[in-house]
Ligand binder design. Structure first.
Ligand code: ADP
Ligand code: MG
Length: 392
């Protein structure tokens, strides 16, 4: 394979988008400087930081940038529609929302799902996020095809490497922490090279509205569990999966079943990696690091770099997504940021990703890697050499 066709493959299979949300009211009031500047529907974002009175500007390139004026619909139509079409063709695809807490991951993935049910049939609220829009696209396509099909949905949460079912029917408000811990579901090999979560509710749905109710039930359960168990939502991942089987006849009259799966993942806040810092290596406390987030970065890096060993087995999230990352699948990472960093540490975290988060940084800031050999200005020299040494 030539270098250029390999590069083409990479950009086709793993796409990284940046979404920068509008100012919040607090940000408008605060006199913190604007750090991230981007125009809608471009590929570049400018990040400026003042260090010791000196302004340092850097530009990062993504597959696409959605600035503060980009609406949910814009992001969906420009970036997600083709991915969902792949799923309808029988492939497995995964969409991640990745970014610090408060930058709009849940807004991007779920947005207004609640109102989706009550609107006129077939209409979504303007703030509906990727999940309700994908559900609508899937059912619009299936219902228009007049073929036989089935759609199944699961919705789970991963917190501290423990899986809970967000669709399980029990009354969460009535159970204690102890009961809750008993509800952890085991992840097992299915004997066919895949994995299964024993006891996970798999709901068969026949129309988009049913999925909206499930989504609403699952998300409200996630919020209730957070309050009840006093845990930080920023540390948990949620995984909403839609599996479709479509029965088709080949031109020769043979029956063909196409099976596609769409995984929609609202990841834990990226500060959960930066804080513990990959640099601290083995010295860090085991409980401190978000193993799934870190492993995900390693898996994606290994896939993008075509490494022989892909460490899927190292975390639950990557085990769960194994059949949907790599090979003939498509992956889209929506990295979310805000324009002002309210605390000085936040900008450090953003750069921290370049500095410490070895796993995902190449994906999040591919430009740094594409150009540093030539330009060499994006990464301070000592860091560059340190990394080169680590690599050897
Ligand atoms: P996260 O899930 O990353 O912690 P949220 O999705 O909860 O962040 O977003 C934080 C706040 O910002 C919420 O009040 C959300 O409604 C708002 N928000 C995020 N992104 C946007 C956007 N693109 N447009 C308008 N409001 C947004
Ligand atoms: Mg969230």
């Amino acid at each position: 394979m030539s270098a250029s066709s390999r590069d083409k493959d990479k950009s086709v299979n793993v796409q990284v988008l940046l979404r920068c949300r509008p100012f919040s009211e607090d940000e408008l009031r605060s006199n913190a400087p604007q750090v991230v500047t981007c125009n809608d529907f471009q590929k570049e974002v400018a990040v400026s930081q003042t260090i010791a009175g000196k302004q340092i500007d850097r530009v990062f390139t993504f597959d696409k940038v959605f600035g503060p004026c980009a609406k949910q619909k814009d992001l969906y139509e420009q970036a997600i529609v083709p991915i969902v079409n792949e799923v309808l063709e029988g492939f497995n695809c995964t969409i991640f929302a990745y970014g610090q807490t408060g930058t709009g991951k849940t807004h991007t993935m779920e947005g207004e799902c609640r109102r989706a049910k009550s609107g006129p049939k077939g209409q979504l609220p303007v703030d509906a996020g990727v999940i309700p829009r994908a559900v609508k696209q899937i059912f619009d396509a299936l219902e228009g095809q007049h073929t036989e099909y089935s759609v199944k949905v699961t919705f789970l949460e991963l917190y501290n490497e423990e899986i809970t079912d967000l669709l399980a029917p029990e009354e969460l408000s009535k159970i204690s922490l102890e009961d809750k811990q008993k509800k952890q579901l085991p992840l097992m090999e299915d004997g066919k090279g895949g994995v299964l979560v024993r006891g996970l509710d798999e709901e068969i749905v026949t129309c988009a509205d049913e999925i909206f109710s499930l989504l609403e039930r699952g998300s409200s359960k996630r919020r209730t569990a957070e309050t009840l168990l006093n845990k930080q939502s920023s540390r948990s991942h949620s995984l909403f999966s839609i599996t479709i089987h479509i029965k088709e006849a080949t031109p020769e009259g043979e029956e063909l079943i196409k099976c596609g799966k769409l995984n929609l993942v609202d990841l834990a806040g990226s500060e959960n990696i930066s804080r513990s810092g990959a640099r601290e290596g083995r010295a860090r406390e085991a409980g401190e690091i978000n193993k799934s987030l870190l492993t995900l970065g390693r898996v994606i890096t290994a896939l993008v770099e075509h490494l022989g060993h892909i460490p899927y087995r190292d975390s639950k999230l990557t085990r769960l997504l194994r059949d949907s990352l790599g090979g003939r699948t498509k992956t889209c990472i929506i990295a979310t940021v805000n324009q002002k960093m309210m605390k000085s540490t936040l900008i450090k975290d953003l750069y921290g990703e370049i500095d410490r988060l070895k796993a995902v940084k190449k994906l999040l800031f591919p430009e740094v890697y594409a150009t540093r050999e030539k330009v060499g200005v994006y990464i301070p020299k000592e860091r560059y050499y340190q990394e080169e040494c680590e690599r050897k």
